[in-house]
Ligand binder design. Structure first.
Ligand code: SF4
Ligand code: FES
Length: 220
């Protein structure tokens, strides 16, 4: 197998970007874009290489994806276009600064302030699978950095704890949910098809809206 990696490069956030080609050849049928990048002298972020950490999120042939979840043998083109996520500032090459995503979680106060009370475990488990990779933000027509909307990357952790918080915190979380998610989500659901964790976004939205906006939480 021979692939040409057509990679968008940038020395730092202020410099001009340019493209550079790298040839990758291997007999490994299971090689992924991440496998190829490991032998390529460009800067990118990775940790688990097992679809668990979300660090290797990037845009591959125009589609947001995890590099370690994109098998080269499944791509029927020889040239593979690889670019950094577009909604965050580039640090270098394919590495971006996703601090805005973390800042949004802090702004929305997505943590428990006391022991959790019993909640809907199925919903919490579903929400806990979020990698905070940011791929959903890449395709979201309503998310932009420093805007009020936190996107699904904020909705999933909120959904995880909204029914488990203490009464006082629950009140504040509901307010934050309304401000940071409900008021800005246009329900395009573009995020649903891109999520590498295949989180059931519809279900989480319905349940979280019920709990945070309509004061209902239907136990399953
Ligand atoms: S909801 Fe899915 S796409 Fe969005 S940050 Fe979580 S794992 Fe990534
Ligand atoms: S390196 Fe962890 S998800 Fe790809």
């Amino acid at each position: 197998m021979k692939k040409i990696l057509h990679i968008k490069r940038q020395l730092n956030s202020n410099s001009e970007s340019y493209y550079e080609n790298f040839v990758y050849e291997s007999d490994n049928e299971n090689a992924t874009v991440a496998t190829a990048l490991l032998t390529t002298p460009v800067i990118w972020e990775h940790s688990c290489l097992q679809k668990k950490c979300g660090a290797c999120a990037m845009v591959i042939n125009g589609k947001p994806a995890l590099a370690c979840n994109t098998r080269l043998a499944d791509m029927d083109c020889e040239i593979i276009n690889i670019e950094p996520l577009r909604k965050f500032p580039v640090i270098q090459d394919l590495r971006v600064d996703r601090q805005a995503l973390m800042d949004k979680l802090k702004e929305l106060k997505v943590w428990l302030e006391s022991d959790s009370i019993n909640g809907n475990e199925n919903i919490s488990y579903e929400a806990s699978r979020c990698l905070e990779c940011g791929l959903c933000l890449e395709v979201c027509p309503n998310y932009y950095m420093d805007g009020k909307f936190g996107g699904m990357a904020a909705m999933t952790p909120l959904a995880r704890i909204i029914d488990k918080s203490s009464k006082d915190q629950h009140k504040e979380l509901k307010k934050n949910y309304k401000k940071g998610v409900y008021n800005s989500c246009g329900k395009s659901l573009a995020c649903r098809d891109i999520c590498p964790a295949k989180i059931d976004i519809d279900k989480l939205l319905v349940k979280s809206n019920a709990a945070a906006i309509w004061n209902r939480w239907n136990k399953e």
